[in-house]
Design a protein around this ligand. Sequence first.
Ligand SMILES: Nc1ncnc2c1ncn2[C@@H]1O[C@H](COP(=O)(O)OP(=O)(O)OP(=O)(O)O)[C@@H](O)[C@H]1O
Length: 445
Amino acid sequence: MATINVFARWRPLSQPEAKRGELNRKTLSDRPPLLAVSMQPQAPAEGRSWTSSPAFHAVFEPEDDNHKVYNDVIAPNIPKVLRGENCSVFAYGHSGSGKTHTILGYDYDQNSQKLGLCLAAAKQLFDALYDLNEKRRGEEELGIGLSLFELRKKSAFDLLNHHNQCHIREGPDGKVHIRGETEILAGGKVRVRPIVQRLCWTFESFQQELVQALSQRTTGVSTVHDQSSRTHAVIELEVINQSLIDARQALFDRQSELVPVGKRATDIRIEEESKAYMQLADGRWGPNPDYQINQERIDMAEAEKAQYEAHVTAAEQKIEAILEANAFPCLGAKMVFVDLAGAEFYDDNGTTRPQTTRQTPQERQEGRQINTDLLALKEVMGAWSQGQKRIPFRSSTLTMALREHFMSAGKGNSTIIVTISPATDQYKATLNSLKYASLVGAARV
Ligand SMILES: Nc1ncnc2c1ncn2[C@@H]1O[C@H](COP(=O)(O)OP(=O)(O)OP(=O)(O)O)[C@@H](O)[C@H]1O
């Protein structure tokens, strides 16, 4: 069974929140090793007391900084990545509860205790790769490939490529591809660029790429604050070497060459078959006695297509061979960090809370879309952690885009950190987030 580790993180109160009051809360350890959270708002009018199921591996307090969270949650995964396992980390919580603070951080100084989990992981991975590169000097150098995109409505936007809009499609191979605009090149070649992956050989270059790309992230007005991330940000770190990158480029070239050849074969078949039919006097369609299908022409086009398909297969096999032959099992291993867009909290009658008046109708619509995505993610996590055969990946763009991580995480694990606010006036939103996380946690046990 796949593993999902669930953590909760209380953030500190802001000054205005502190004036309005803090809810009463406790961490319960009646069923170790998992913890439960119990809480109660200050005023009974704000809601009843509630206790979660034992679902949390740890509960972080407001005074715990990113460094502490990193050491307890992410650091144990680094040796697994070095063994070739994948690992994904999601931050879930209502708007303003601290997801971006946790995953990306707002202080990018590499010695800061506030460094976000993603940068802290990259730092530790680069240190480990440096040691490996030193130990095996004859081998190709290992580095980290960085991809960074945000998901909004039905599209992905590549933050390493001028916020280019990309489409998320399932290919005939069942794999999900995130691809940009189609470019038509000389000789009828067609190229559809995948999401950009920047090759970084040092932590400093990685940090520079990431920080620059993050400045392009979309923010907007949420129910809680007006600098809210209105998209899900997905940051992928992959252990790479130059041969792997070259082999992937070669595959991409062979796929581009196949597109016009495949299209020509299809066009020829359609042309031949349509010439062999004609409209009869009564208006119906029937065989054309004056035309004999040119089977040789179709076969030649199909043979050419098969030849190009074989080039693609050979390029795919080369990638597999590079991964298998490498002295380091970590080549190709991935860490994925997802800063989910803030869940919006709506009252039972479907309206937002009073402070939402600044949201435009479009922002409210986006808020609802975000909630739909998050619900789909919960369903996928539940099905995945229970080892179900049918996992409902197709139910949202978010789950489609993350499909590969869940599929390949059979040999890895997933972590969800639910970020929560102790402000008494955010009780209902906090309750919602904890219920979500404890359902994911409970699905696992
Ligand atoms: N654990 C924490 N320690 C210190 N400050 C925090 C913490 N968590 C959040 N904050 C601060 O609270 C504010 C809101 O946090 P953040 O932007 O991370 O929220 P968010 O959950 O990403 O919101 P949204 O989903 O709307 O983008 C920021 O100023 C952030 O620095």
